[in-house]
Write a protein that binds this ligand. Sequence first.
Ligand code: FAD
Length: 478
Amino acid sequence: PPVIVWFRNDLRLADNPALAAAAATGAPVIPLYILEEDPEDPRPLGGASLWWLHGSLERLGTALARTGSPLVLRRGPPAAVLDALLAETGARSVLWNRRYAPAWIARDRRIKETLKTRGIAVHSHNAALLHEPWTVRTKTGGPFRVFTPFWRALQQMPPPPPPTRAPHALPPPAAPVAGDRLADWHLLPTCPDWAGGLRKAWTPGEVSALARLAAFLDGPVARYPEERDRPDRDGTSGLSPHLAFGEIGPRQVWYAARHAADARPELAAGIDAFLREIAWREFNHTLLDAFPDLATRPMDPRFADFPWRDDPAGLKAWQLGRTGYPIVDAGMRQLWQTGWMHNRVRMIVASFLVKDLLLPWQAGEAWFRDTLVDADHANNAGNWQWVAGCGADAAPFFRVFNPVLQGEKFDPDGAYVRRFVPELAGLPARWIHKPWEAPADILRQAGVRLGSDYPRPILDHGAARDRALALYAERKAG
Ligand code: FAD
């Protein structure tokens, strides 16, 4: 009988242990993707992610068709979809790669147990992480709450299992299996079509993911320690959406990076810094495993009743990139236009929302989840809590990013602001991060009319900072 491979966040053929295990049985393989209609889904996909999913499934479908076993698309509650498919095809086993949010784990376990009672074999594998979250533990056996010791422990783990190869051919099921047409899922935006900037910036799919990794290891990684904080440079890998959808796995990244470092010792510092970021991804998954409500509830209980403000106009200005702080606005517009934002700028805009505007970090998490192509349950929630100071690491507690100084330091010529805030493009670098301080004649020459073309700051950062620090000091005191 055939075996079913249920694809989820692992939309690739290489380094896909569930697919490799299915191929090794020699039985016909039915690759399945389910568009989940599950009211219990803790983090349903946002708009930008649905756009990406369409492109990714299209390419996965093409790649699987080449192996001989076409991808079957179905929609509905996963347990019911699997039941129907098992009944139709006579399959006796289901394989998948694990997902790590506790709600998903619980659901997978329920499905597994139900299927087992009916004599269906279920096998799950790890494709998403270097190591299972519950295997990287402190000396006393608990989860790490601070990154640096986690990173040290991760480096002392035995190397992760090497990636499996993509199967060239898969035995198809005896009769074709019916499924939906991808176009009928209507994952792409139509009216209005807001995805033009996403199409220009990205090509979803495994081929593109592998090409990005190779290009990064061939060039930018050498300068990564210096340039990773520069939003005006293409200094990072751009792998995050590919990792979020599992078009590439961290083990592939790890092995390719290690090989590059062995072959070219001068890359060692860049590669270490890069793998440290990959380890942040692992760390956030560990946190999510230990704190199921990571996306909604502060890890630090002192924040449970934090007096967040209610300010719909402030939230809107932040979302639209109209706060009057150029680096914040450039970041929010990069996010809206391309579905991605540079990490340094994510920290700046997040700090602005939480500390300057005093709006709940959960509102930022929700906006990012809807607009990022790399929206990831663990990484998004973990990073928002980190910036808000209620997360895993105490360091950001009293840190309030100064949007002017951050802009001047990390976008020194203002090239990033000019790209995403074209209203300010004519301003000299000296004023581009603080146009409200520019003399009137400079503004005139640059063709900038503050208050009409581009907003004046919606708040005074100095005053907002003092207000935040006072509130945070109260929390600290308990
Ligand atoms: P690179 O610098 O090339 O890093 C390589 C990979 O390491 C990334 O693809 C990512 O998987 C991982 N990584 C890098 N930085 C981090 C980090 N700080 N935390 C966890 N993993 C990291 N990343 C997401 O993947 N999804 C999210 O939803 C997300 N939300 C974020 C929200 C906030 C408020 C902040 C401050 C950061 C968030 N990040 C998120 C982390 C980080 O900004 C992105 O992973 C990174 O910008 C992606 O670009 P890159 O692939 O070029 O990164």
